[in-house]
Ligand binder design. Sequence first.
Ligand SMILES: [Zn+2]
Length: 291
Amino acid sequence: MHNLLISSRRNFIRSTAAALASAFFHWNFFSRKPDESFWFLHADSGASWEISDPVVWCLQNVNLPVLVRASEGLRKLTTQDGDRILRLVTRRCGLNLIEQSPGNIVVSYWGQTGLADVRPFFKKHQLARNDVQVFLKDRKKEIVTSHTGDNFLFGEKLATDWPLDHFLMKWRWRFLFQTDDWTAAPETWSGYSWAGLEPNRIPWAALKSAWRRKNAISCRNCDRPTILANFGEPWTAFFRRSPRFIYVCSACRRSFREESVKDVGAWIAVNLDSQFRPGFVMNWDQKTPIE
Ligand SMILES: [Zn+2]
């Protein structure tokens, strides 16, 4: 019985793999679903355009600059060579083929470096959701990996225990003083120190001061304001401090690093009222008073 189970399971796996392979790797335009649409996404430029039949489109547009590196091969092929044509244009032209049907996306690309940044496409078509199934199909290795659409949101996913509710509550009270405003906001690390506070931690009072300036960036996923969750310039290597500005979006629960601030001292002078500015700069674990 045990052996029988194993062997039938093996057969099941084999037949499932075969079915997957035939569905994924043999291009058959006539097996398309009625509500399916096709797009090419150019990895280098990020441009995307809809096509009704990708194979026919490639054969008819052999002279377009985007197909120039496949044009010689394409001229020898016909509509009977659908799968070869798609392999050719993903390999030579940096194109990704996106097959879209409700709740389901297949992205075909060539090799590790051939996958385009699909995030802008997913955003535009509202596909970066956890109820969208995404199959990434590497035509070089003929490997398919399965994901959900929300893996293609911009930014970093917040840890489940990240204190978002605490930040939101403090943010809502940013125009009012609360008795615990001179305690450290969790998850902060600034490279500065405020009197009476654990080094590197940012007091809520200072965050509130910055929040009142309305300087938050927009979420790249939701296009709504984010909340500043960290600022400063902590030590990141033996001889180096690096600006660390982090914004979080409460709607998509993603965090974003903002790289545009180069002069953190100047940022502090503009964005924090004087009574909320740090008193010390950290030199590793040593505090040096700021003049
Ligand atoms: Zn968002």
